[in-house]
Design a protein around this ligand. Structure first.
Ligand code: ADP
Length: 422
């Protein structure tokens, strides 16, 4: 294993995995801190997906250190702490405390911090993070329910979260390339800085930053800054070009889609699928009972499984979602539907489905938990950010595509199965 990464949420982990596969690294995502008995997969990179972004800082530190320990025992050569490209965190953490703990455990004294991801319009200039053309604190992120970002200056933000001190590698330096960035980081480390926020506006900057950090024990950032890392391993002769890093073994079995996302993109994808595939909608308002909802859906699906992919959706437009929330409360409504969709996924697998698309971030978490999935080998992308994966765990191996709500083109639910046949 070359790279061992720890991600502070599930879809962020997949995002990083996809980036590494694109760069030519065979990659596996592990769900939660792996136990000592979890075998080390034969791949170039392992990304441990935690759910540590908003849990108490002490717990986030504990889980991250446990993940690090496993990755160290597995023989990783370099470590990566992945957080969101909008630096999602609270005043007290968890980026600073987790990074501090990892720097201490690795005894490396220094790490760069770069959340920039220009492809998604996240750029850092003079330490200020911009999201979609606005300063972070004017981008809507200032209103985030869990991690409101009210300060765009990442030197200040990280300073408030760490016991160490934070410096900056500014744009003028980054623009001069890898050697200049490397020198600037060395100077900051010598002056006692524990972190450097590194500016980046283009992919070229990210690649230069990656190159400059070739010998760093740990790198912290969004998935963007991982862009330059595969080339480092290739230069060192550790990573070969030959194999298709996203090649997955084919799994035989029936195909299905379950959807719990109510995003505009998912609703449009369901609208498109209705013209081509059998679609069943569960109505949680009429039957607010997860077991009964899943029984009805599975009874509908039973004689269709094995034919065209079956589609089962809880997804609904805002007024219907609001009605269920008014009746049950927001959290209760979400939990009920997630539970129903997870039971349906479990029932579909029990009935022979082995290729399953799940729409919705939270929904994916709940399905993966119910199915007892422990690891995802990352395959090729269906649409940007959504790869097919080979899921292994408690049950039979299956092909799983986890689509966060807003991702994917309108024909996603058809294309997903089409690309498997190609
Ligand atoms: P996204 O990735 O689009 O944000 P998520 O799965 O993360 O999707 O979130 C969607 C949430 O909406 C889930 O908690 C899901 O259970 C809930 N949900 C889905 N359908 C309905 C519905 N008809 N009424 C109320 N809540 C729903």
């Amino acid at each position: 294993m070359l790279l061992g990464a720890i991600a502070d949420d599930f879809t962020g982990a997949t995002d990083l995995c996809s980036m590494l596969v694109r760069g030519g690294m065979r990659t596996v995502q592990l769900i939660g801190v792996p136990g000592p008995d979890v075998p080390v997969p034969d791949v170039d990179a392992v990304v441990v997906a935690l759910k540590s972004r908003t849990i108490p800082a002490g717990q986030a530190v504990e889980e991250s250190l446990a993940a690090l320990k496993w990755l160290q025992a597995a023989g990783a050569r370099q470590y990566f702490f992945k957080y969101c490209s909008t630096f999602d965190s609270t005043e007290r953490g968890n980026i600073g405390p987790v990074a501090d703990a990892l720097v201490n455990a690795l005894d490396c004294g220094f790490a760069l911090a770069c959340p920039a991801f220009p492809t998604n319009a996240r750029t850092v200039y003079l330490g200020y993070l911009f999201a979609g053309g606005s300063l972070l604190n004017e981008s809507g992120m200032e209103n985030h329910p869990l991690t409101p970002m009210t300060d765009a200056n990442l030197v200040r933000v990280l300073s408030r979260q760490t016991e160490g001190t934070v410096g900056l590698v500014p744009f003028v330096t980054v623009n001069q390339g890898a050697q200049a960035i490397r020198d600037a980081m060395t100077q900051l480390k010598e002056r006692g800085r524990r972190y450097a926020i590194v500016d980046a506006i283009t992919d070229e900057h990210l690649i230069a930053i990656g190159e400059a950090a070739a010998n760093h024990a740990m790198i912290t950032g969004g998935s963007g800054v991982a862009m330059g890392l595969p080339a480092n391993f290739r230069r060192q002769g550790l990573l070969s070009d030959a194999a298709d890093p996203g090649a997955l073994p084919m799994v035989a079995g029936a195909s299905a889609v379950v959807a719990g996302s109510c995003s505009r993109a998912t609703l449009a994808q369901l609208g498109f699928a209705r013209n081509h595939l059998p679609v069943f909608e569960i109505d949680a308002l009429a039957t607010p009972d997860a077991a009964a909802l899943s029984e009805a859906a599975l009874a509908w699906a039973s004689d269709k499984i094995g034919g065209k992919p079956v589609v089962i959706a809880a997804s609904a437009p805002p007024e219907k979602v609001a009605a269920l929330q008014a009746s049950l409360g927001r959290e209760q409504a979400g939990a009920l539907v997630e539970d129903a969709v997870a039971r349906i996924a479990e029932g579909l697998v029990a009935r022979g489905v082995r290729k399953l698309v799940v729409a919705g971030g939270e929904t994916s978490g709940s399905v993966v938990g119910r199915l007892g999935v422990r690891s995802l080998r990352i395959g090729g992308e269906i649409d940007p950010g959504v790869p097919w994966t080979l899921a292994s765990g408690r049950g039979p191996d299956l092909m799983l595509a986890l689509k966060s709500g807003n991702f994917g083109a309108t024909d996603f639910f058809l294309k997903a199965f089409r690309v498997l046949e190609a």
